[in-house]
Design a binder for this molecule. Structure first.
Ligand code: G6P
Ligand code: ZN
Length: 563
């Protein structure tokens, strides 16, 4: 490869729309393909990490990779050229540009890199007319905090030139180290380090034994949804755990995810859901495009993500990692149900409620306050990395099922694990209604109406359709570690006896608005823990719609997705 190169100084004009959202800059591919658009943003990233608490780019090591979506290869070649011209020391890149988000986080941590550039729009569809994304992660392996993303954004507004090495494209298929001028480019196997980490965290031998003993009864199916987890699932579930390849579906990464929507929920992962039901499969798991989200189901049960993290936390002592010490604390995002809080109380450990967004767990994890955390948006994880981790969640469930079944000397099913949980804690009935592609103005007006209701506090102390309003607010959070304050995180209406409604606008969309309505109702009567969710929640749903005037404002009478 080139041993020296010319640096091209390219004059550019700033774009005004490069403000990173909840998870980096996420836009249509066409937007990134505009002249200088991607180059500007990458240059601004490198200029903005030139501050204390991060490193100057000179000599820095950065991890680069993405979920396989359309435009990934182009973006990586741009990053290589801009990084070389900015005197970055080394890039660690997944082979063929692939790295799941959890694997990228792991590489940043294990290889002591200074940060990483993750190329993903997560669970959003991919392809020439769909979405792409660029996200910066810091040296703790987690998404950059707002101080850093704001700095990047400020920089994009004034950028007048960027630097590019005049070099040919790097061959991303070839494992090993190449050089671009003084910069090293190491192409790594995207799975190896990650699989090694999973082996440390979970009891692979016990899972293998369980899969062997119950191979006729315990059927499994994993759906990679044509995202990046295919190669990870292949290595871990077939090569390491000895399952046949037939347990994997959609495990070849495709740049358009097979024209699918790689979001593991009951709507978009319907292919898995149907097969699991038809074939009476005991354990099904799906992962999103970049591998950080997960859905766990069985033929007779859908594990709500809020319950999933609570179950995992409650059984964490079964994992080798926590066998001696137990877990120190747990945390959930505000819209996630309170099921995890009850586990925290029962284990007599700390429990936290943070705003939506995995980055809010970062300080608590870094500070050793918590070991397990999760969100209703199909995110579950622990302190092993600084991203949520879909494969980790599936392995956690397998470890739990293996340990319980081998101890009981009979197969314990997913439904039985959940039933035992409800028996111990009661049940948080939960549902989320998503109204996608709503007119932004209409959505804002609806939120403003709810703000007004909240500000007046007129409803507090009154009953609406028999629901007694005890509290209304716009959720805000003070980080207990660094004292930073985050406001405006969703409108909450709390009712007596543990019912709750939350409204917020999605922060991850690339256009229009998505209104999210979160519904939760606690049931302590153990005899009433196996009722139909929509039926139980119906009165609360009606009340939420009535109070928000959602249909009136948005014109929507039905949600796009229900989870
Ligand atoms: C991403 C983040 C999650 C967050 C979710 C919320 O997936 O990584 O931490 O929960 O977005 O998305 P929303 O669309 O509700 O803002
Ligand atoms: Zn994702």
């Amino acid at each position: 490869m080139a041993s020296t190169f010319q640096v091209q100084v390219v004059a550019t004009t700033p774009y005004s729309d490069q403000k990173p959202g909840t998870s980096g800059l996420r836009k249509r591919v066409k937007v990134f393909q505009q002249e200088h658009y991607t180059e500007n943003f990458v240059q601004s990233i490198l200029r903005s990490v030139r501050y204390p608490d991060s490193v100057v780019p000179e000599g820095a090591t950065l991890v680069v990779g993405g979920d396989g979506r359309y435009y990934l290869q182009d973006a990586i070649q741009i990053i290589i050229k801009i990084a070389a011209a900015n005197k970055v020391g080394k890039l660690i890149i997944g082979q063929n540009g692939l790295l799941s988000t959890p694997a990228a986080s792991n590489l940043i941590i294990r290889r002591k890199a200074d940060g990483g550039i993750l190329l993903t729009a997560s669970h959003n569809p991919g392809g020439p007319t769909k979405d792409f994304g660029i996200k910066y992660n810091c040296r703790n392996g987690g998404p950059a905090p707002e101080v850093v993303t704001n700095r990047i954004y400020e920089d994009t507004k004034t950028l007048s030139e960027y630097y590019m090495a005049e070099v040919p494209d790097v061959d991303l298929t070839k494992l090993g180290t190449q050089t671009v001028g003084a910069m090293e480019v190491e192409i790594v196997d995207p799975v190896q380090d990650y699989a090694a980490l999973m082996r440390e965290l979970f009891d692979f031998e016990r899972i293998q034994e369980f899969l062997r003993v119950y191979k006729d009864q315990f059927t499994v199916l994993f759906d990679a949804m044509h995202g990046v987890t295919g190669p990870y699932a292949h290595r871990i579930f077939t090569v390491e755990l000895g399952l046949p390849e037939s347990v994997l579906m959609n495990f070849h990464p495709l740049s358009d995810f097979g024209e699918g929507h790689p979001d593991p929920n009951l709507t978009y992962a319907h292919e898995l859901v149907e097969r699991v039901r038809q074939e009476s499969i005991q354990f099904g798991a799906a992962f999103d495009g970049d591998g950080d989200r997960n859905m766990i189901i069985s033929h007779d049960w859908f594990v709500n993500p809020s319950d999933s993290v609570a179950v995992i936390a409650n059984h964490a002592a079964r994992f080798p990692k926590f066998r001696q010490t137990g877990i120190r604390g747990v945390a959930r995002s505000m819209p996630t149900s309170g099921a995890l809080d009850l586990v925290g109380k029962a284990l007599n450990i700390k429990h936290f409620e943070v705003p939506t967004g995995w980055k809010f767990f970062g300080n608590l994890l870094d500070n050793g306050d918590i070991d397990i955390c999760g969100e209703e948006s199909f995110g579950t994880g622990s302190g092993h990395i600084r991203e949520k981790d879909g494969m980790w969640a599936a392995l956690a469930w397998l470890n739990i099922l293996a340990d319980m079944s081998l101890n009981a000397q009979k197969l314990i099913t997913v439904r039985e694990v959940v039933a035992e949980h409800f028996h111990q804690f009661g049940r948080h009935y939960y549902s989320r209604y998503d109204y996608e592609d709503v007119d932004l103005d209409a959505a804002k007006k609806m939120m403003a109406h709810l703000e007004d209701l909240t500000a007046s506090q007129a409803l507090v102390g009154t009953a609406v359709n028999g629901f007694h309003v005890t509290h209304m607010d716009n959720f805000s959070y003070i980080d207990p570690v660094d004292g930073s304050k985050t406001t405006n995180q969703g409108l909450r209406i709390l009712f007596k006896d543990g019912a709750r409604v939350v409204f917020r606008l999605s922060g991850t969309g690339s256009h229009g608005a998505t209104v999210r309505m979160y519904l939760e109702q606690y049931e302590s009567d153990r005899a009433k823990c196996f009722q139909d969710v929509p039926q139980v929640l119906q009165p609360l749903i009606q009340t939420a719609l009535q109070l928000s005037k959602l249909t009136e404002y948005t014109g929507r009478s039905k949600p796009t997705v229900i989870t």
